[in-house]
Design a protein around this ligand. Structure first.
Ligand code: ATP
Length: 959
């Protein structure tokens, strides 16, 4: 509240008491002489700044008589700056605070209205400027200088410069009287920093006006120019007052005449339009300025009633195409900069161009994703290559295994054919002997002259059977097949070496390429799996080798047993003759015979057999050594497998490296086989010579099997058992008839081929089961033997020679003749006696004791053999190559059960050469031994009934 008191009022003057001019005025704020510049600024102007930078117009003007401090309030001094400086300072501070999100443009113009003329204070040389109004009704000063800056210090310098240009003249009322209206216009443009085609711009204008003071001519005592200036000042202020009066009159909608002066025209919006306006009225406390003060307060009071409509100045800017070009150029520059930054960081900007994205974060994420995908793809490729290399190696090794399996089958077939040929040679020899015997018998009834005439031809005309010829042809084919297999094996081994080299390169490369521990562990496990697969394959290979070796070994053992039994019988028979006829024997022969007897009694051979069986069992039960694919590089390949595991992982090796190198691939044995085949490939034209050669073979003494003795012979090179010349030369010594041989061989082939096929199948997807069935007890052995035992109870259960009763007689003859390869008469003739003498003239004194002794030993052997047979049932694993039960029993079980089928009839006619062979029990009943499998069952029946000790039927009947 401002109370204006009349200085002329006299309380004692009653006449003028009712004419008092004292008046009170209400304003928003009133300052007294204690108010500072800061207080005035804070109370009047500071609140306008926020609106201005947000797009609102504002006006601050100082109104009042001359010399009342308007200029002081607005401009101030250096020490006490006024509203101009303080407002600008705060304005720039506010802009600075929001400059991160918003972009500002600040421009300033400074002019004065002097004598109703507009002059640019920033560039006074421009002369007087005109006021113009645009299409929107906004008043503009044409050509005014607008300085754009955001630097407060710079704008202050401009302000000082402009003030110096303002017209000030000393008057009687004010030494620094302003003779013009000074108007400082600050325009603020605000826009968002986010670029867009359509952009909003906020435009705020702030007018800070230092009006010239109204003056009275009497008071200012102006004359001339000063009086003229005062007149213009007063006229413009009058126009302003009129506008204020008009605007403040609420109920009067009369016309607002802004055009009376340039000042009102310029302040049109500030007074009654779109502006927040502050009027600072200045009055003087001097009583002499009572009238001016009253008028000022009256105008100010009226101005207080003026209502304005404030609105935000918003401009929607749509850019021109040139601006679009500029924007695009800016964007490209930004993209290029980001691209260079990415390239400089990792140089991984391959593939899709990041410029297509435009967003640095998206580009970075994409680049990272591509990098990760590339790394995963690379690892995946390497892993795939390694797996492929492993699989190729395994495929080649399986092929090798199949090749070896096939080779073994060929060997078995070849052996079978060799046996057929040998049997024929044996049969041929026997027939020749028979024929010669008959010739001799006939010669007794002839004279010497006739005898001499018959000596020309001692060879019968014996035709070779077709199966023997076929066997010779088959052998030729099999030898060719073996050569082919050998060639394929060499190629496969080379292929295996190449694959191993390739795999080794991958194994060396992978640890360097893979940085992830997880990936390394995966690959390590992969290599480990490969190693186990290799191990499995090699175990199968070794099992195959062992199967083949055991088969040949048993076969050879069987032959040797037969041969030994033959020799035993010969020795016993000859000894019997010697004893019966009290023949004189050279001393060294007698010593040898005693040694022979001693070994029989002491069981040395049995002990050897036990040791051999223990060694064989240890061989079977021990862990199988690994078999490298071959010497040289193949061994290296396997080593490399382990090295790969060592490289990729830290798992310990289960098998020492040396073990890998110990094994060998199963030999194809072509060389040995060929050498063997060459001897019998063609029919021998001289069976006698062949027999003489066979007789030179060192035949071991009979081996008496006791207890746990197995049929296996002492350790020897199994690979040579079947293919060695010695073994082949033993074949003719086996006195089996041709027909019997054929039956046996057909059974042998059936079993062996089926077993080989099963092995081949096991090498496929179920190759892991290859070894398992071999370790299972064979039902074949159980059935064959148990059913054999279920037959007619044999008086001598362990008889090795069981010809059927109905065939016993013929068998006996064959037995005698074939067991030695000579007829009994021939044997007797060697000692100078007639053929029948050695049968009829047996003496029972000395020979009987010896015979009883031998018989007791035989019984003992039979008994133990029976025990062994029973134990053999529970230990079938001694026959790793035995045929599978279902396949084998189909051919051989039925005859044994007592219901002979036609095939059994043939079997029952098996000649005694086999029947009289002293076969070890486990061999005769073992399912893995095809030939003894059937023969003992039949021979047991044959001997159960009519078998008698020697001499009863006038014939020698060896065991
Ligand atoms: N509040 C104040 N404190 C100190 N000095 C002041 C104050 N107000 C005004 N003055 C002084 O009074 C004198 C006149 O003031 P000023 O020039 O500002 O008056 P004016 O109203 O602008 O006059 P004019 O209308 O003639 O220009 C100046 O010398 C100024 O320094």
């Amino acid at each position: 509240m401002v109370v204006l008191m009349d200085p002329m009022e006299d309380p004692d003057d009653i006449l003028r008491a009712h004419r008092s001019r004292e008046k009170s005025y209400l304003f928003d704020v009133a300052f007294d002489f204690t108010a500072t510049q800061e207080m005035v600024y804070q109370a009047t102007t500071k609140s306008l700044i926020e609106g201005v930078i947000s797009g609102y117009n504002a006006t601050v003007f100082a109104y009042g008589p001359t010399g009342c401090g308007k200029t002081y309030t607005m401009l101030g001094t250096d020490r006490e700056p006024g509203i101009y400086v303080r407002t600008l300072n705060d304005l720039f501070c506010a802009i600075e605070e929001t400059s991160d999100d918003m972009e500002y443009e600040v421009s300033m113009s400074y002019l004065e209205i002097y004598n109703e003329m507009i002059r640019d204070l920033l560039n006074p040389s421009l002369g007087y400027l005109e006021l113009r109004e645009d299409s929107k009704g906004v008043i503009q000063v044409a050509g005014i200088t607008e300085v754009s800056t955001i630097n407060a210090k710079e704008i202050m310098q401009l302000l000082m410069k402009g003030n110096k240009q303002r017209t000030q003249e000393p008057t009687a009322a004010n030494q620094t009287s302003s003779r013009s209206h000074a108007i400082l216009q600050v325009t603020v443009r605000q826009r968002s920093r986010v670029k867009n085609v359509m952009q909003e711009v906020r435009l705020g204008r702030l007018f800070m006006i230092d009006l010239a003071g109204s003056e009275r001519a009497s008071q200012t005592q102006n004359r001339g120019q000063r009086m003229k200036e005062g007149a213009h000042i007063n006229r413009s202020l009058l126009a302003l007052g009129n506008c204020i009066n008009a605007l403040s009159d609420k109920g009067n909608n009369k016309y607002i005449n802004y055009r009376d002066s340039k000042l009102t025209r310029l302040l049109k919006d500030s007074l009654g339009g779109n502006s927040r306006t502050v009027m600072i009225a200045h009055i003087s406390p001097a009583s002499s300025a009572f009238e001016e003060s009253r008028n000022t307060l009256t105008y100010a009071g009226r101005a207080k009633n003026i209502k304005t409509r404030v609105k935000q100045n918003l401009l929607n800017v749509s850019y021109h195409i040139a601006q679009y070009t500029s924007i695009i150029s800016d964007l490209r520059s930004e993209i290029q900069r980001l691209k260079c930054k990415i390239d400089g960081r990792g140089g991984r900007g391959h593939g899709r161009s990041p410029c297509e994205q435009g967003d640095i974060r998206q580009i970075q994420a994409e680049v990272q994703l591509h990098s990760s995908q590339f790394e995963q793809l690379e690892i995946g490729q390497l892993r795939g290559q390694l797996i492929s290399a492993f699989q190729d190696q395994m495929d080649v090794r399986r092929l090798l295994l199949e090749l070896e399996n096939h080779s073994m089958e060929i060997q078995i077939d070849t052996s079978r054919h060799l046996l057929t040929i040998a049997d024929w040679e044996q049969e041929k020899s026997r027939r020749t002997l028979k024929w010669q015997e008959e010739q001799r018998k006939e010669s007794y009834s002839k004279d010497d002259s006739e005898k001499d005439s018959d000596t020309g031809d001692d060879q019968p005309d014996i035709l070779e059977p077709p199966e023997v010829t076929s066997a010779r042809e088959s052998i030729a084919t099999l030898v060719g097949e073996q050569k082919k297999l050998r060639k394929q094996k060499v190629e496969l081994e080379q292929r295996c070496r190449d694959l191993r080299t390739q795999g080794r390169r991958l194994e060396e490369m992978l640890p360097r390429r893979i940085g992830s521990q997880e990936q390394r562990e995966i690959l390590s496990l992969l290599c480990r799996v490969h190693e186990l697969e290799m191990e499995n394959t090699e175990m199968q290979s070794h099992a195959l080798i062992r199967d083949g070796a055991l088969y040949h070994r048993r076969e050879a053992m069987h032959r040797l047993e037969q041969h030994r039994s033959l020799c035993d019988e010969i020795i016993q028979g000859q000894r019997q003759i010697i004893d019966d006829y009290n023949l004189s024997v050279p001393h060294h022969l007698e010593q040898l015979y005693e040694l022979y007897q001693r070994e029989l009694e002491e069981g040395n051979l049995d002990r050897m057999a036990i040791m051999d069986r223990a060694a064989s069992r240890a061989l079977q039960e021990s862990s199988l050594p690994r078999i490298p694919p071959g010497p040289g590089e193949n061994t290296l390949a396997l080593d490399s497998d382990q090295e790969s595991v060592k490289t990729l992982g830290s798992e310990p090796q289960l098998v020492p490296q040396k073990e890998w190198q110990k094994g060998i691939l199963p030999p194809l044995g072509v060389g040995d086989l060929e050498s063997e085949v060459n001897k019998v490939f063609k029919a021998s034209p001289h069976p006698r010579a062949w027999q003489a050669k066979s007789s030179a073979v060192l035949t071991p003494p009979p081996i008496h099997i006791h207890g746990m003795v197995s049929q296996e012979e002492p350790p020897q090179d199994s690979s040579r058992i079947n293919s060695s010349p010695e073994s082949s030369e033993n074949f003719p010594e086996i006195p089996v008839s041709h027909k019997e041989r054929k039956e046996i061989l057909s059974g042998t082939k059936s079993i062996v081929v089926k077993a080989a096929r099963r092995r081949s199948r096991a090498l496929g997807p179920e190759r892991h089961q290859l070894l398992a069935p071999m370790m299972e007890p064979s039902s074949l052995s159980l059935h064959s033997l148990s059913e054999a035992d279920d037959g007619p109870p044999p008086p001598l259960p362990a008889c090795k020679r069981p010809p059927s009763p109905m065939l016993q007689h013929t068998v006996s003859e064959d037995n005698l003749s074939s067991s030695t390869g000579e007829t009994p008469s021939r044997v007797a003739r060697r000692h100078g006696d007639a053929p029948g003498l050695w049968l009829r003239g047996q003496k029972k004194s000395l020979g009987k004791k010896r015979e009883e002794s031998l018989e007791a030993k035989k019984r003992k052997r039979r008994s133990r053999s029976f025990e062994v047979t029973g134990q053999g049932l529970s230990h079938p694993k001694n026959h790793p190559l035995r045929p599978r039960p279902l396949e084998s029993t189909s051919d051989y079980r039925i005859p044994i059960s007592g219901n002979p089928v036609p095939s059994m009839r043939h079997l029952s006619k098996i000649a005694l050469p086999l029947a009289k062979v002293r076969l070890p029990p486990s061999q005769t009943t073992g399912p893995g031994d095809p030939m003894p499998l059937t023969v003992p069952a039949a021979s047991r029946r044959a001997t159960c009934g009519p078998h008698q000790p020697q001499g009863k039927d006038g014939r020698f009947r060896p065991n």
